[in-house]
Structures are given as structure tokens and as C-alpha cells.
Design a protein around this ligand. Sequence first.
Ligand SMILES: NS(=O)(=O)c1c(F)c(F)c(SCCc2ccc(C(=O)O)cc2)c(F)c1NC1CCCCCCC1
Ligand SMILES: [Zn+2]
Length: 245
Amino acid sequence: MAWTSDFHSCGGASQSPINIQLSETIFDPSLRPFLLSGFDVPEDEKLKLKNNGHTVVLDLPDNLLIHNGLPQEYRAAQLHFHWGSRGAPGSEHSVDGKRYSGEIHVVHYSTEYSTIQEAMTQPGGLAVLGAFLEAGSEENPTYEHFLTYLPQVSNEGQDTEVPGFNISGLLPGRMERYYRYNGSLTTPPCFQSVNWTIFNDTIKLSERQISMLEDTLHRDDEEILQLNFRNAQHMHGRIILANFR
Ligand SMILES: NS(=O)(=O)c1c(F)c(F)c(SCCc2ccc(C(=O)O)cc2)c(F)c1NC1CCCCCCC1
Ligand SMILES: [Zn+2]
């Protein structure tokens, strides 16, 4: 599928992901820490985990809200991941050319709109929180809440139910420091409606947990689902803000 001919937004001037060149970032102290509410989902609430052939998506209940770090209130819709292959990193964004092992995207839409379908066509309609995954020495207990279910969705189109857990535990421990820029969905239709936040702090998983993400999922049943990141897009004069020096 030629992305630009079929989806002309994909050839636009505000596309994502990007390489965050630290020397080009601009300090903006007005960008405040996030307030998350409703992210601690009780375990008797079941969340759908689906392999859609491009990534693994966890649908989120409609009472998860974020505020403060953003100009308006946004409602969480889903989260998904981008990863590499054994030994090759797979984050979508990069920092001074460094690509990380993986990246989580928590996708939200502005509460000005009643559906994500409506919001995603509007400027600022979406807010995606992104954070880098990297291998550390410890196992990440919160990631176990859904990684243990990956084998049940190993093939494209499969989905399963995951008991609720504290979704904020999938994000970095510290969320005060982040980069902010205006961009797009990194997959067709590539709508340029995303207010991007990329956290400075990374998420540490064990090597085994990173490998789970890299080695478990398949697309159309035989091809392994790996390296599902889009290449860095041109800035076309866009600026990247940082709320820390
Ligand atoms: N990084 S990102 O946020 O742009 C992104 C990707 F890079 C993605 F790769 C994806 S998955 C690819 C799009 C897709 C395909 C199939 C299905 C299905 O069968 O249910 C659903 C979606 C993906 F779902 C998303 N996020 C979605 C973009 C699709 C349209 C809006 C819905 C929420 C955000
Ligand atoms: Zn994504």
C-alpha cells in the first residue's frame, strides 16, 4: 500500500514519528505534570487485548482521563506497542539518533468529541503519551499483567480478556519530564491531529519481557510480527518543547 497515494495525510508536513534532536528542543516551563484519573482499573473489569496484525492493542475503559499536562481534558482509548527484533531496537521516536528497544503509546482523544473517529480528524483531537522501553536487570511486574496473555493472541485477529490492573504502572515511574510536539498517527490514515508527549524517563523491562514482545506475535499466521515502527519523518520547521532543562 503506497501510503501517500492512498492516504494523502501520510505525505503531510507534520508527520510522526520524529528524531528528537536535543540541541533543537526549546525549554517551556509552562508544560505541567500530568494528572491521571481512573487509571487503576479494578481486576474484575476485563480489558480486551488484540493482535491486529500491526501491533498488540489493549482497549481501555472510557473513564481514564488525563489533564494538566495538556491544554484540555483527554480520554484514553487504547494502548499499543512498537518493538524491534532480537538485538535490533524498535522504538518509533529516537533521541539524538538513539532508537530504544520499544515504545508504548497510550492513545487519548479530546473530551470535546464523543468518539475517537470524530476526534482524530481534528487538530489537537488526539493526545498520545509515548515512553521508551529498555532492558534493565529487573522484571517489570506491571508489564506481566498483559505479557502473560500474549501467547493467547499470537496470531493476527486473535483477542483475549485481561483482568484490569493499574495502567499507569505501564508508564515511567516519573512523568514530570517530557518532550512535546505536534504530529500525526504513525500508521495510515496518518491524520495530523496528535499532540505528542514523549517522556524523558524510560520504562525498564527484563530481557525476557522484551523478548516476549519481540518473539510471540505473528501476522497472517506465519510471519513473525517484529520491527513495527515507522521511520523518522522530517520536521518541516516544527519545534520540540521540553518542560525541563
Ligand atoms: N502509533 S499509532 O497510534 O498511530 C497506531 C499505529 F502505529 C498502529 F500501527 C496501529 S494498528 C494499525 C491500524 C489498525 C489496524 C487494524 C485494526 C483492527 O483490526 O482493529 C485497528 C487499527 C494503531 F492502531 C495505532 N493507533 C490508532 C490508529 C488507528 C486509528 C485511530 C484509533 C486509535 C489510534
Ligand atoms: Zn503507536
